[in-house]
Design a protein around this ligand. Structure first.
Ligand code: NOJ
Length: 566
């Protein structure tokens, strides 16, 4: 039973809340461990709601919390309408949603519609009912080529081929002795993540029932996993030899057989109607944010047309090198293109799939995303720039995402012992790429203790935290007025007080310094970012509202930013 809870504080005073919300991403396994099994959970998140309230975010996005064998950290969903035992249960989810709302924090879930887990009842039936069973039409089972090779050369995003034969089928055919090749099923990610066939109406019905199930429970929206991948070209053409368009943020502007197929937009028109049907005076709009790695802004804008999704992550911003001109181009391109369809831009620099930006910004241009230990990294420079970035990002028009731990300035953990690595990339590339575990190391809440406050005393976090995390902990930084945590809190507090910092116009201002960007959000507010490696002079102003580095006189240090009242 759900406990008696205070009333919701998210009453729809602002129906456009989603256009400039600051949304905090919780990677549930690594946020806070309430029961001491070393894995983050709902009890942990509930205990940290006061922290999130104090930080000043508007909403949380929670990575998949559904039952899952965890072949890909929960992005292999076995049941879309329940909670993974490691994380809690449905009663706790209900209580959490109500408590978050009571704190004035909205809740966005992660829906994974491109693939299920191979432990999902549908795939289990497809496998068990055998070759040719109608249940297989929910997935992409296709015949092998004449020589027994997979139907296409499509790769898995985690390495190796994107098709697999079921050992059960192979054994059955061998027993029958007919020399036939078994069918393959498609998995653009791990083999434990078979791709769903969105040409089958049952897939639509079931995923729509899932959206309704959680909307009925009061959630405020969904982040859509692999939102650009659900529809495949049924002709199954091979990719050109040497094509790298499967890689994140690659150019997919040509007709691509599995990314950004036009059919995905029909799905989103249906989903939008469902979300709109839940809009009410209590909660306002329920929204979607697309994880669509589509590089061309015009094509990305299709996802956020008025009858489709509300927002889409701006990965061009995340991927941008530390350079004033490059950022200005990305911003102009995104703002202008999305304006045409009336959608706000979302700003994001880190998430659970990419090297933490403190580490990326500490590297030479072009080397930001290279593998652990292969390139020189200056973590002090990275932190200086990461601090400048948060003021830059939070001053831009639109909504912004903060990935758990970035408010502490956590770096990527690049030296995790090999035997703890859990990302499927590590296995599927024969240990060539370590994968994404380095940005998923559990959050340090306290300066000391066995799990640095991530779990109860003597619990062992599922990934070890480096000793250096203690001094970056919430406890350590809460006491330090110059800390990165304090900078985030101050920035979020100012953003709340100044409505011009949300949705609305921005104007670039002329600045004669090299590598400096300056823009205004109103007659009174200016943001200046110095991307250069030498100091810059601040423009005339009344007050420095906030700065990422110490300001003396009118001097803005290298790699830093300031919010000015003019
Ligand atoms: C994107 C998610 O963010 C990532 O973590 C996951 O591995 C893939 N989609 C597959 O679901």
């Amino acid at each position: 039973m759900t406990a008696q809870l205070p009333d919701s504080r998210i009453a729809a005073t602002n129906e456009n809340w989603w256009r400039d919300a600051v949304i905090y991403q919780i990677y549930i396994r690594s946020f806070a461990d309430g029961d001491g099994d070393g894995i983050g959970d709902l009890a942990g998140i509930r205990s940290k709601l006061p922290y999130l309230l104090d930080l000043g975010v508007d909403a949380v996005w929670i990575t998949p919390w559904y039952p899952s064998p965890m072949a890909d950290g929960g992005y292999d969903v076995a049941d879309y309408r329940d909670i993974e035992k490691l994380f809690g249960d449905l009663d706790q989810a209900d209580a959490f949603i109500a408590e978050a709302h009571a704190h004035g924090i909205r809740v966005i879930l992660d829906v994974v519609p491109n693939h299920t887990s191979d432990a999902h009842a549908w795939f289990v039936a497809a496998r068990d009912k055998g070759i040719g069973a109608p249940e297989r039409d929910l997935y992409w089972f296709r015949p092998a080529k004449a020589d027994g090779s997979p139907p296409t050369n499509w790769p898995s995003m985690f390495g190796g081929p994107g098709w697999k034969q079921l050992p059960e089928d192979v054994a059955a055919l061998a027993e029958a002795g007919e020399g036939q090749h078994a069918d393959y099923y498609l998995h653009l990610f791990a083999p434990e993540q078979p791709d769903l066939n969105w040409a089958n109406e049952d897939v639509h019905d079931d995923l729509e029932a899932t959206l309704r199930f959680w909307f009925d429970k009061g959630v405020d929206g969904f982040r859509i996993d692999v939102a650009h991948g659900m529809v495949k070209d049924p002709a199954l053409p091979d990719l050109p030899v040497g094509d790298e368009s499967h890689l994140l943020n690659a150019d997919t502007s040509h007709d691509h057989p599995f990314w950004d197929q036009p059919g995905v937009h029909d799905i989103y028109r249906r989903w939008r109607k469902i979300a709109d049907s839940y809009e009410d005076s209590q909660q306002g709009k329920r929204i979607f944010v697309a994880e669509a790695w589509v590089r061309e802004p015009e094509r990305l804008a299709h996802y956020v047309r008025p009858d489709e999704l509300h927002t889409t992550f701006n990965f061009a911003f995340l991927s941008c090198a530390w350079n004033a001109d490059a950022f200005r181009d990305v911003i102009d391109e995104q703002v202008e293109t999305l304006e045409v369809v009336g959608a706000p831009v979302t700003w994001v620099v880190s998430n659970h799939d990419v090297i933490r930006h403190r580490t990326r910004y500490g590297r030479a241009i072009g080397e930001e995303r290279k593998g652990a230990g292969t390139v020189a990294t200056d973590l002090e420079l990275g932190l200086t720039r990461a601090r400048a970035m948060v003021l830059f990002m939070l001053a831009l028009p639109g909504s912004a995402y903060i990935y758990q731990g970035e408010e502490l300035g956590l770096p990527e953990v690049e030296d995790l012992p090999e035997d703890v690595l859990a990302d499927p990339t590590w296995l599927r590339t024969n240990h060539e790429h370590r994968g994404r575990d380095g940005c998923r190391v559990p959050i340090p809440w306290t300066t000391g203790g066995t799990a640095l406050g991530f779990g109860p005393a003597d619990s062992t976090p599922w990934l070890p935290q480096p000793a250096s995390f203690g001094e970056l902990s919430v406890e350590a930084q809460s006491k330090d007025p110059g800390s990165t945590l304090r900078l985030y809190k101050d920035a979020l507090a100012i953003r709340r007080q100044r409505p011009e910092l949300g949705d609305g116009p921005m104007d670039w201002l002329v600045n004669d310094e090299n590598d400096v960007l300056e823009f205004s959000r109103s007659d009174e507010f200016v943001c200046v970012v110095n991307f250069g490696s030498t100091t810059a002079t601040l423009p005339p102003h009344r007050t420095v509202l906030l700065a990422s580095a110490e300001i003396t006189g009118d001097v803005l240090p290298a790699n830093s930013s300031a919010w000015l009242e003019i």
